[in-house]
Design a binder for this molecule. Structure first.
Ligand code: XMP
Length: 515
């Protein structure tokens, strides 16, 4: 059966991705397109409905987002949200003005006409989240007001045109009945609600099979959730014609090289070539202290090792045609929407540059998914929670957590300290509630005393942060007794570290990693 799709047009609201997720939570697929998408681009998705997002502009602004207003004449069920409402009113012949009283935050909405299907099952009064400075002053012909707040219009409807619009944000958590309103809209769209993990897996596996034919595929595994789930989907489609390459770059976590193989090869049956190249990476890193240089060296060496392994696989299979990548939907949206200039603070290497060099075609089975959806898919594929819940781990690994030169001795120290931090946080039941938690090795020697012995050893910093996406982060207030256990275990068990400090810097102005 075809996948039903709701198209969300992005007018620049910070909540647009949230709308997409709320729709998907009701088992209906959704895509976000920039508001400048052409009509044929919108129609290429064969949408069952359209949602026009909020946005920071006013419809009269010189730079107001320019969507093609003919999308309102496609005959598709349409829901405008905030700016989306202004867009509809403005382009269908009504009038929008700057509101005398701006409304931001919590508000009570009175539903005046509960008969309109958008409000089916909702009480006469609902609590919502508002954020706007404009309001509709005069409605276009055929539209009527169906809900209000104490001082503003809250919703309009035109059943004949199948267009509804709300001034508030049904997608945010602060509108508790927002999910029900969106479910009503999906019912209006005739949504079947069959976009489930099982459906996704079945259709993705079939698509990969059709695409790859009899070809051979390689995949770079990092041990993280994205590359592992992507590899599993391809494996399900073509079995051992997928070979995964997993590189030990010498700066993985303790036992990570063995654990990933155990989980993915032994438990899940993936064909894995494990390249134990740690010594090579460490030789290249000798004497290097500059963080960006470390990243570049690890990136370049990774490509070299990957290349060699890929070449070997090519010899064995007679030719490799495809490369699997675990690209996620937020990256796809980011790169497709018009964004202001953003600065590269740190170069993120990953496997950028590989496909062009190797003349491989890309398979990106997760490019339609958000991270939490990838986890749901992984669960449906019976993958271990250890992989699905793993906190993000940077490509250059422990190298950006060892300040100064990276040596085998320092890596070993940090691996021990890191294992204690992660182990204790897991034991406290906090691992999945924290975005990242880890140890950092500082090449700062300080004096300590152990038993009757004077010590002179390294310092270890503990970092634990809450974050949504890694772009901003707050340091996590870990319980004192947990910090105490971590500190005392590191100092007692890791010979070479005699002092532990806790990093209480948020991002910005700090970064999550120390380098
Ligand atoms: P920062 O330190 O920039 O980190 O606040 C934000 C997120 O990105 C991860 N990170 C990296 N990931 N290669 C990666 O694959 C890198 O070079 C890199 N540097 C930082 C970091 O772990 C955090 O999740």
């Amino acid at each position: 059966m075809d996948t039903q799709t709701v198209v969300i047009l992005d007018f620049g609201s910070q909540y647009t991705q949230l709308i997409a997720r709320r729709i998907r939570e009701q088992n209906v697929f959704s895509v976000v397109l920039p508001c400048t998408a052409r009509l044929d681009e919108i129609q290429a998705h064969h949408p069952i409905g359209l949602i026009l997002s909020g946005g920071p502009s006013s419809v009269y602004d010189a730079g107001a987002p320019a969507a093609d207003a003919r999308l309102l004449a496609l005959g598709l069920p349409t829901l405008g949200v905030c700016y989306g409402l202004h867009f509809i009113v403005h382009h269908l012949g009504g009038r929008v003005r700057s509101a005398p009283k701006r409304e931001y935050g919590h508000a009570e909405v009175e539903i005046e006409d509960g008969s309109t299907p958008l409000f089916t099952g909702l009480p006469a009064s609902i609590h919502v989240w508002m954020s706007h400075g404009d309001e509709a002053e005069q409605l276009p012909e055929g539209f009527r007001r169906v809900a209000v707040t104490s001082n503003a219009l809250a919703a309009i409807a035109n059943e004949q045109k199948k267009i509804w619009a709300v001034q508030f944000h049904p997608e945010v958590h602060h509108t508790p009945l927002g999910a029900q309103l969106l479910a009503n809209f999906l019912r209006i769209c005739g949504a079947r609600g069959d976009w489930t993990p099982a459906h996704f897996i079945e259709s993705t596996v079939a698509a990969i099979r059709a695409k790859v034919g009899a070809g051979h595929v390689i995949c770079g595994l990092s041990g993280g959730v994205d590359s592992s789930v992507a590899a599993m989907l391809v494996h399900k489609a073509i079995g051992d014609r997928l070979t995964c390459i997993f590189v030990n770059n010498g700066v993985l976590r303790k036992n990570e090289f063995e654990n990933v193989q155990k989980n993915l090869r032994d438990k899940l049956g993936l064909k894995i070539v494990a390249a134990d190249a740690g010594a090579r990476f460490l030789a290249k890193l000798a004497g290097v202290t500059d963080p960006e240089k470390k990243r570049k060296i690890i990136g370049a060496e990774f490509i070299a090792v990957f290349d060699e392994e890929a070449e070997r696989i090519t010899q064995q299979t007679g030719g490799v045609d495809w490369l699997v990548q675990g690209t996620l939907y937020p990256d796809v949206i980011e790169s497709s929407s018009v964004k202001g200039p953003s600065q590269t603070i740190k170069s993120h290497h990953n496997v950028g540059g590989l496909p062009e060099r190797m003349k491989l075609k890309l398979i990106e089975p997760l490019r339609d998914l958000f991270k939490d959806e990838v986890r749901r898919i992984g669960r449906d594929l019976a993958m271990p929670e250890e992989i699905l819940n793993r906190q993000p781990f940077p490509g250059p690994g422990l190298a950006v957590r060892i300040l100064g030169e990276v040596t085998a001795e320092r890596v070993a120290l940090l691996q021990e300290a890191d294992e204690i931090v992660v182990g204790e946080i897991k034991a406290a039941g906090l691992y999945t509630q924290i975005w990242q938690s880890f140890a950092v090795l500082l090449p700062v020697m300080s004096v300590g005393v152990m038993g009757d012995q004077r010590t002179y050893a390294y310092t270890c910093a503990i970092r634990a942060v809450h974050s949504e996406d890694g772009m901003t982060a707050d340091w996590a207030p870990l319980p004192y007794d947990l910090l105490q256990r971590i500190s005392s275990r590191i100092v007692n068990e890791v010979r070479g570290i005699n002092r532990v400090v806790y990093d209480i810097t948020s991002k910005p102005p700090g970064t999550i990693e120390w380098e």
